[in-house]
Design a protein around this ligand. Structure first.
Ligand SMILES: [Zn+2]
Length: 395
């Protein structure tokens, strides 16, 4: 530092800095190689960390240098990470703050426009991802998120072992996932994938089989159980319309109870369900079928799992539970993907957790029209395993 200026009224502290005379390690910003000759002296003003009540401003002297490869170039200065008027320390502070609060709040705290705070955060995340080591992808998860009427679906590819999203694609077609395999993974990386966990959405399965034919497709338990819950709900609705009077009143308002797992219910709620089951055998059967399907994923041997699946399907005979018959047909069609779990027990629930994080991010702030930003944010979230503080607007 060779000069400073304090403006008490404006509350700014301005510092002029330049390298020490002996330090002549100049690096070209084009290629990162050594450059020797200074051609031109320049100065840049950037915002730095505050000191007490004073806003810190640093005026950095830097040079245009002659690079043997690139010609006349600006030297690279680590303290000046971008063309924006902020020092690296300042950008790091903003990025760090954005990890636990919405960009809007951070912007207010630092006296920036929200779009500026988001741009700084994005650069902070880009720098982070550039220097970190990417984990190997062995278990791939593919799922979709519904973003609403205008944006429709987002396909999410994730690493099940690390629990981080790897890629977002607009829409949920076969071609959507094709793009992930084509642009994000080398042949070598694709060969290392041993399993892919998906829901029973055919376009994804088709794409995976094309690009990673050796990998085992495992159907996600949560999605299968969601289908079972839907079947229970359909039986409930049918019973509601079939019956009249007292029975109707008994089924009414039980939707949530019927979709809950037995283990999660307290004794009073179990009693409510038991009252219903005593009077409606069909509801009871449907509920028990859903509850018992869960056991399919406890088997470690394919033969045993297959036996259990067949037993489960056999219970449907003479039951006249059409929604479950449809479910059984679907399970049989996807039998291999269900039994594959015995060979490659992937982590279930990871995909759901990642989706939950992304939805939380989307709820928290606008400004995620930039999918790259949303992806980096979600990756950082997974890497830190942070729980976000929920900020509520004061009413
Ligand atoms: Zn160069």
């Amino acid at each position: 530092m060779y000069r400073y200026e304090i403006d008490e009224e404006a509350r700014t502290l301005r510092l002029w800095v330049r390298r020490k005379p002996g330090n002549k390690r100049l690096l070209c910003s084009g290629c990162g190689g050594k450059a020797s000759k200074i051609e031109e002296v320049r100065e840049r003003e950037v915002r730095d960390l505050p000191w007490r009540k004073y806003q810190g401003v640093v005026l950095v002297e830097y040079y245009r240098v002659r690079c043997p490869k690139c010609g006349l170039k600006v030297e690279s200065v680590p303290q000046l990470p971008s063309k924006a008027p902020f020092s690296k320390d300042f950008e790091d502070a903003v990025g760090l703050a954005c990890e636990s609060a919405a960009a809007r709040q951070v912007a207010r705290l630092f006296g920036l426009a929200p779009s500026t705070a988001r741009a700084i955060d994005l650069r902070y995340l880009e720098r982070w991802t550039k220097k970190r080591k990417k984990p190997i992808l062995r278990d791939l998860g593919v799922d979709e998120i519904y973003l609403g009427k205008t944006q429709k679906f987002l396909t999410v590819a994730s690493n099940l072992e690390t629990g981080e999203p790897l890629w977002f694609g607009k829409d949920r077609k076969e071609e959507t996932l094709d793009e992930f395999f084509r642009t994000e993974l080398s042949v070598f990386q694709r060969k290392r994938i041993r399993a892919a966990c998906v829901d029973m959405w055919e376009p994804f399965t088709a794409s995976i089989l094309t690009w990673v034919p050796e990998c085992r497709i495992v159907f996600d338990k949560f999605h299968v159980m969601q289908h079972a819950a839907k079947a229970v709900d359909e039986v409930r609705r049918a019973e509601f319309f079939r019956k009249s009077g007292r029975m109707r009143g008994l089924v009414k308002g039980k939707r949530w109870l019927l979709l809950s797992r037995w283990v999660n219910l307290d004794s009073r709620k179990r009693q409510l369900l038991n009252d219903l089951f005593r009077l409606n055998r069909r509801m009871m059967k449907a509920y028990l079928l859903k509850e018992s399907l869960d056991r399919l994923w406890t088997y470690r041997y394919e033969g045993a799992a297959l036996r259990y699946l067949n037993q489960w399907i056999n219970q449907l005979r003479w039951q006249r539970l059409d929604p479950f018959k449809k479910l059984a047909e679907m399970l049989l069609r996807h039998q291999e993907g269900l039994l594959n779990y015995c060979r490659v027990p992937v982590r279930f629930g990871v995909v759901e957790a990642i989706n939950g994080n992304i939805k939380a991010l989307l709820r928290r702030g606008r400004g995620y029209k930039n999918l790259r930003y949303l992806l980096l944010k979600a990756q950082r979230m997974a890497a830190l395993k942070t729980e976000f503080v929920v900020f509520r607007k004061a009413a």
